[in-house]
Design a protein. Structure first.
Length: 235
């Protein structure tokens, strides 16, 4: 698996890359709800999702990326601008999240909602995650050669479940001069429908994805502007 920044440079030359990203990350997984062989698009496509669902019975793995329908409009999140001190309510109906910790006792999990990060910052996150666990990602394609193979980043997963998430996020943010904790959220399983794991080959489209049908009560421009204001306030 190549570095995200190298893949990004290749894909950004494609005229309709944003439309392709929308199709691959939203329409195929949530709108059309394609599963198993039906979602295999490219020759390198894998169905690790089905294998891991059988192993984990639908519970997400730390270090993997998921999308889902987030139900319950009364479960509103608060976005605070540290520069202006203004607070805004919002609800993300179809998040794309990087799972950081599963809490069975509370029937919930914590994750970075990548939809909340500007597209350039998503690329930074994917890049620093790749660089930190380069050995794992360089072997991913080899590990997924056969139908029932799977690849889990156990080094990250062990660090995450042992309570090192805060330190890891601070390290990732400092290295990339970003503020990834801005997108840190908690999700209850009772409010989740159609939990879908994104295959590794879909990660390349995340920096190009526009969450144009995702947020309620707020628009993307305000979410991104608040991110930059908060980043400038904390640096």
């Amino acid at each position: 698996m190549e570095q995200p920044k190298i893949i990004y440079e290749k894909l950004k030359a494609i005229t309709n890359i944003k439309e392709i990203a929308y199709e691959r990350l939203f329409e195929n997984y949530l709108k059309l709800d394609l599963e198993g062989p039906k979602k295999l698009v490219d020759i390198e496509s894998t169905d690790q999702e089905s294998v891991l669902n059988r192993m984990r019975r639908g519970i997400p793995y730390e270090g993997m990326i998921y999308t889902f329908i987030h139900l319950n409009d009364t479960n509103i999140s608060i976005l605070k601008n540290l520069k202006t001190q203004k607070e805004h309510e919002f609800h993300d109906f179809t998040p794309i999240v990087f799972c950081t910790y599963v809490d069975p006792a509370k029937a919930s999990f914590r994750a970075l909602n990548l939809n909340m990060l500007p597209q350039s910052e998503r690329l930074k996150f994917l890049q620093v995650f790749y660089e930190t666990y380069k050995d794992f990602f360089q072997d991913v394609e080899r590990e997924l050669l056969h139908e029932n193979d799977y690849a889990i980043n156990e080094k990250y997963r062990l660090a995450a479940i042992s309570g090192k998430n805060t330190d890891l996020l601070l390290y990732f943010s400092k290295k990339q001069k970003a503020s990834f904790s801005y997108a840190y959220r908690s999700y209850e399983f009772k409010n989740i429908k159609k939990l879908r794991m994104l295959e590794f080959e879909e990660w390349q489209y995340i920096p190009f994805f526009e969450a144009k049908e995702s947020f309620k009560k707020i628009n993307l421009q305000l979410i991104y502007r608040t991110y930059w204001d908060n980043l400038n306030k904390t640096i």
